[in-house]
Design a protein around this ligand. Structure first.
Ligand code: NAP
Length: 284
């Protein structure tokens, strides 16, 4: 029988535990605070930032928003990051993507102090993940790891096929799955015969942003299906990268969209902020 991985419920439990942890930290004078830098007025980003702000409030994490015009100069952005790095009351810093093209996003991320890099995008933290050291893992892959752990899904020795090689999802996932002793194959837009590869997956993780791309004939019986995709379709609804209705019965475990990976991403961001607060031992 297919089991649906309930990301919403898992995330709720993680947030409940974090709330207690934050209360205890506050008693010891440690106040977690997330600073989010947002540039321009991308509507999707606005929604994401609002959701992050709400989630922080619910667990007692302070939230500060730094909003800038799309024409902000690079040196101004860099000086804000430097200022937040030095600010002892700020425990986590997040640069909301996308940012305007005239700004070098990689350079900006490199400037964020690795100890406040709650997105896990700084090359220092990516390097640590690569060599299997404790670090900030980027939130979506981290949420997927948590799902495997909570649902006791075996990863060791399994063939994991990842669709997508972005810096925020696909690439860190490769390391996460290697660290869990999986055998990993990554596919991208230039991969030939993708269906032949996906059919060999014990675990298929799709993060490409193409609605219903993964069809029934692309998966094997009993595969674990993790759908990272968030795609708004013509009727206004949100669908994943997988043709959920038609592959559901063939899978052993499957994540829905919405209610799967999405809520876990936010829960792991909060987890990282709390971790950073403990690491930096910040006081208000
Ligand atoms: P991205 O930066 O646009 O990367 C997309 C990746 O998919 C690229 O590596 C691209 O290959 C690959 N790709 C595109 N079309 C493909 C095709 N037809 N066949 C195979 N590979 C293909 O995207 P992202 O930021 O990783 O996000 C991916 C999706 O996940 C989006 O829908 C996004 O909204 C969603 N997302 C969800 C969460 C969550 O919390 N649930 C978090 C982050 C992202 P190339 O490298 O060759 O171009």
């Amino acid at each position: 029988m297919t089991q649906i991985i309930d990301g919403k419920e898992l995330a709720k439990n993680i947030k409940l535990q974090l709330k207690i942890e934050v209360e205890n930290l506050r008693k010891n004078g440690i106040i977690p605070k997330l600073a989010v830098i947002m540039i321009g007025d991308d509507p999707a980003s606005k929604v994401y930032v609002k959701n992050k702000s709400r989630a922080c409030q619910k667990v007692g994490i302070e939230f500060e928003e730094y909003l800038f015009d799309a024409n902000i100069e690079e040196k101004e952005l860099f000086s804000i990051i430097e200022k937040l790095n030095k600010d002892k009351s700020v425990t986590g810093i997040l640069l909301q993507a996308p940012i305007p093209k005239h700004l070098n996003i990689n350079k900006a991320i490199e400037l964020i102090s690795p100890s406040k890099d709650v997105d896990g995008f700084n090359p220092v933290n990516i390097g640590k993940l690569t060599i299997g050291e404790d670090t900030f893992i980027s939130c979506t892959p981290y949420g997927i790891m948590k799902m495997f752990e909570e649902y006791k899904i075996q990863t060791e020795g399994k063939h994991v096929v990842i669709l997508g090689r972005s810096n925020i999802v696909g690439k860190p996932l490769i390391q996460c799955m290697l660290n869990l002793n999986s055998t990993v194959t990554v596919c991208h837009s230039r991969t030939n015969n993708i269906e032949e590869i996906t059919r060999t997956a014990d675990i298929l993780i799709s993060a490409i942003g193409k609605p219903k791309f993964v069809k029934e004939n692309m998966i094997k019986d009993g595969a674990v299906i993790i759908d990272v995709g968030i795609n708004r379709v013509n009727n206004g609804s949100i669908v994943g990268d997988t043709d959920y209705e038609n592959i559901y019965k063939k899978a052993s475990y499957i994540t829905p969209v919405p209610g799967g990976v999405g809520p876990m991403t936010i829960a792991m961001l909060l987890t990282n902020v709390v971790k950073a607060a403990k690491l930096n031992n910040c006081e208000k």
